[in-house]
Ligand binder design. Structure first.
Ligand code: NAD
Ligand code: UFG
Length: 343
């Protein structure tokens, strides 16, 4: 193996984490992955090994447990952490905010304390385009104003601030705050993908369940946004491209000083209607949908200026909308017994 570095991946059994662990293993890194299975299934671990053709260390544990975090650094020679673990449902975060702050903020504090204790100061953090709130202009640059409109978004903003304060307080911290836009799709093998519990909140998983005949129709939230066709526009990004963005960030960390935000998006926005059309093209037949009211809290337009990711990380998204739809479809068709909502 060409690169012997050991990477701790928290939330390594989740949607983005599992894809990233596969790419890390294939690139030769040693991986220690942690997950409490709050939003993932144990079967993901063997699937990762199958895809990578290699084994890795998996620890079932919780970032909220300081003892568990300290033990990870005591037991393994961890050089860098990729921190995915956390809760991510915006609506749920408004109902149980303390649970979100505990998992996301306290969990990250525990992780940072354990890293400090072990002298590990290299971190790649899963932030989100949600930290831009309702952006004043698109494409969104990293120096755009930050705001949050719900506890989930506020937890990401708080963690970013904590990382900035920490990096200012002592030299040596190298932190990439990766602000993801809208990750979609699945591993082309059909072995890894997103497995939302209950009714999906997000467009792509819902669209896939309609496309595969598991739900009768899609409701398009709003038709009067100030966008070309009146529906919301987002920057959808293939999860494999996103995983590769983490590898690019790992390689760039030695050149990063302090805590630097970096957008991970394609730079291209698609409307809800364009997403339906793309899925219909892949399917070869129409998909039932109807207009409904706007979803409270939704914004009209959100897409990235991805220039910093290119200049600092040498990374660009390469997979197109057709790949996002067809890989998502392969995943849902081959896993209808695994998927929580369909089981
Ligand atoms: P996910 O829910 O699939 O993965 C998160 C993983 O963390 C899950 O496997 C879950 O079981 C685990 N986890 C949760 N709380 C934990 C805890 N206390 N201790 C240990 N493990 C815990 O979500 P994802 O889509 O892979 O997102 C990964 C990260 O990226 C999250 O931090 C999320 O907020 C962020 N993010 C996701 C999106 C998106 O649209 N998917 C967009 C922007 C940012
Ligand atoms: N939409 C529908 N019908 C649906 C679901 C969504 O029309 O059934 C529309 C939404 O109104 C929006 C677009 O599809 O215009 C995308 O919605 P998603 O819920 O898929 O994505 P969001 O951009 O609203 O939110 C996502 C994550 C947030 C994260 C944000 C920015 O869910 O956690 O991206 O990264 F903060």
């Amino acid at each position: 193996m060409s690169n012997p570095d050991t990477i701790l991946v928290t939330g390594g059994a989740g949607f983005i984490g599992s894809h990233t662990v596969v790419e890390l293993l294939q690139a030769g890194y040693a991986v220690v992955a942690l997950d409490n299975f709050a939003n993932a299934k144990p079967s993901v671990i063997s699937r990762i090994c199958t895809l990578a053709g290699r084994d890795f260390t998996f620890v079932e544990g919780d970032v909220r447990d300081p003892g568990c975090m300290a033990a990870l650094f005591r037991d393994h020679p961890i050089q860098t952490v990729i921190h995915f673990a956390g809760l991510k449902a915006v609506g749920e975060s408004t109902r149980v905010p303390l649970t979100y702050y505990q998992n996301n903020v306290t969990g990250t504090l525990n992780l940072l304390e354990a890293m400090r204790g072990a002298g590990c100061r290299n971190l790649v953090f899963s932030s989100s385009a949600t930290v831009y709130g309702d952006p004043a202009e698109v494409p969104i640059r990293e120096d755009s104003p930050l705001s949050a409109t719900n506890p989930y978004g506020r937890s990401k903003l708080m963690i970013e601030e904590i990382c900035r304060d920490l990096a200012k307080s002592e030299p040596g911290w190298r932190i990439a705050l990766l602000r993801y836009f809208n990750p979609v799709g699945a591993h082309p093998s059909g072995l890894l993908g997103e497995d939302p519990q209950g009714v999906p909140n997000n467009l792509m998983p819902y669209l896939l369940q309609v496309a595969s005949g598991h739900r009768p129709h899609l409701e398009v939230f709003g038709q009067d946004y100030p966008t070309p066709d009146g529906t919301g526009v987002r920057d959808y990004l293939h999860v494999v491209d996103l995983a590769l963005g983490h590898l690019a960030a790992l390689k760039a960390l030695p050149r990063i000083e302090g805590a630097i935000p970096i957008n991970l998006g394609t730079g291209r926005g698609y409307s809800v209607l364009e997403m339906i059309q793309a899925m219909e093209k892949v399917m070869g037949h129409p998909i039932p949908w109807q207009f409904g009211p706007r979803r409270p809290g939704d914004i009209a337009l959100c897409y990235a200026n991805p220039d910093r990711a290119h200049t600092m990380l040498g990374w660009r998204a390469e997979r197109d909308l057709m790949a996002m739809c067809s890989d998502g479809l392969t995943w849902i068709k081959s896993n209808s017994s695994l998927n929580s909502a369909l089981a």
